[in-house]
Design a protein around this ligand. Structure first.
Ligand code: DAK
Length: 258
C-alpha cells in the first residue's frame, strides 16, 4: 500500500519506516501520524516483522508538529479533536522494539516522537530540541514528561524554557541517545542493531520491553516483582531450553518463539 507521508522498506524481519515530507523538513501532520499509526498497528500483528526502525533523512528526522496545520486552531477545536491523543497512545503502546535513527533536526514533536521509541540512535549531526516556547506554546506529546526522565530535570527545564538545541554528543553523554554514529553510517547501523535484536526470541524481546516500559510508570518493588515473574514465566518456554542448551553445546541458538 502506498502512503503519502511515509515510505516503507522491507528488510526481512525488520521494517524501516521513513518519514517523508521533505518540503517541510518532515513536519508531522495529522496524515503522517495516522499513516504511521496504521503501519505500526499492522506491524504489531505481522509475525514477519520483529523490529521497526523509524527514520527521516540525513538533514532532518522531523522539525516538529506541522505549525501550518496547527496555526489557526483554537483551544476548543484542539480539545474536542483531542489532537494527537489516540496517535500518542498507539505509538507508545507498540509492543515490538522501535528504534529511532535520528539525523539532523529532531525538534518539538519530532524530538517527542523519537523519545516514544525504545532506542534512539543518533548521527553526529543530530540536533534535539523542544523549541515550542518560541511559538508561544509548549510541548504536547510527552516532551515535558519524557525529556526530564531521559536527561534530568535541569537539562529538560533548560531545553524547554530556552528552546535551545542539544547536539548528538551532549545527547549521548546525558543518556538521551544510546549511540552516536557518523551520518553516513546511521541507517546501516540502525538496521544492523535491529537485525541483531530480531534474531532473539520474540517472547524474550516482548518481555524485556514490557518490563523496561513498566519501570517508567511504577515503583521499584512492583517493577522488580513484575520482572521476576516475567523471568520465571520464560522458563516455561522452549526458547529458554534452546538458549541454554545452545550455550552449553557451544553453538548458536535457534529460537522458535515458543
Ligand atoms: N511545521 C511546518 N513547516 C515547517 C516546520 C514545522 N514544524 N519546520 C520547517 N517547516 C518548513 C518551513 O516553513 C519551510 O517551508 P517553506 O517556507 O519553504 O514553505 C521549510 O520547512 C524549510 O524550513 P526553513 O526554511 O525554516 O529551513 P531552515 O534550514 O532555515 O531552518 C529549522 C530549519 C528546523 C531550524 C526551522 O525550519 C525551524 O525552526 N522549524 C520549526 C521548528 C519548531 O519550532 N518545531 C516545533 C514545532 S511545534 C500537540 C502535541 C504536540 C505538538 C503540538 C500539539 N497536541 C497534543 C495538541 C507539537 C508541537 C510542535 O512540535
Amino acid at each position: 500500500m502506498a502512503y503519502e507521508t511515509i515510505l516503507l522498506e522491507d528488510h526481512d524481519s525488520v521494517l524501516l519506516i521513513r518519514l517523508n515530507r521533505p518540503e517541510s523538513l518532515n513536519a508531522i501532520n495529522k496524515k503522517m501520524l495516522s499513516e504511521l499509526c496504521s503501519v505500526l498497528s499492522s506491524a504489531d500483528k505481522d509475525t514477519k516483522v520483529r523490529v521497526v526502525v523509524l527514520t527521516g533523512t540525513d538533514k532532518f528526522f522531523a522539525a516538529g508538529a506541522d505549525i501550518k496545520e496547527m496555526e489557526k486552531k483554537d483551544s476548543v477545536e484542539m480539545f474536542l479533536e483531542d489532537f494527537f491523543t489516540e496517535e500518542h497512545d498507539i505509538i507508545s503502546s507498540f509492543r515490538k522494539p522501535l528504534i529511532a535513527a535520528v539525523s539532523g533536526y529532531a525538534l518539538g514533536g519530532g524530538c517527542e516522537l523519537a523519545m516514544m521509541c525504545d532506542i534512539i540512535l543518533s548521527s553526529d549531526t543530530a540536533k534535539f530540541g523542544q523549541p515550542e516556547i518560541n511559538l508561544g506554546v509548549m510541548a504536547g506529546i510527552g516532551g515535558t514528561q519524557r525529556l526530564p526522565r531521559a536527561v534530568g530535570k535541569s537539562k529538560a527545564m533548560d531545553m524547554h524554557l530556552s528552546g535551545r538545541y542539544m547536539d548528538a554528543h551532549e545527547a549521548e553523554r546525558v543518556g538521551l541517545v544510546s549511540r552516536v554514529m557518523p551520518e553516513k553510517e546511521l541507517e546501516l547501523g540502525a538496521l544492523d542493531l535491529a537485525r541483531k535484536i530480531s534474531e532473539k526470541s520474540l517472547l524474550t524481546i516482548l518481555a524485556i520491553k514490557e518490563a523496561i516500559k513498566l519501570s517508567e510508570q511504577t515503583n521499584m518493588s512492583t517493577g522488580i516483582l513484575f520482572e521476576r515473574r516475567k523471568f520465571h514465566s520464560l522458563f516455561g518456554k522452549e526458547d529458554q531450553k534452546e538458549g541454554m542448551a545452545a550455550f552449553i553445546e557451544k553453538r548458536s541458538p535457534k529460537f522458535m518463539d515458543k
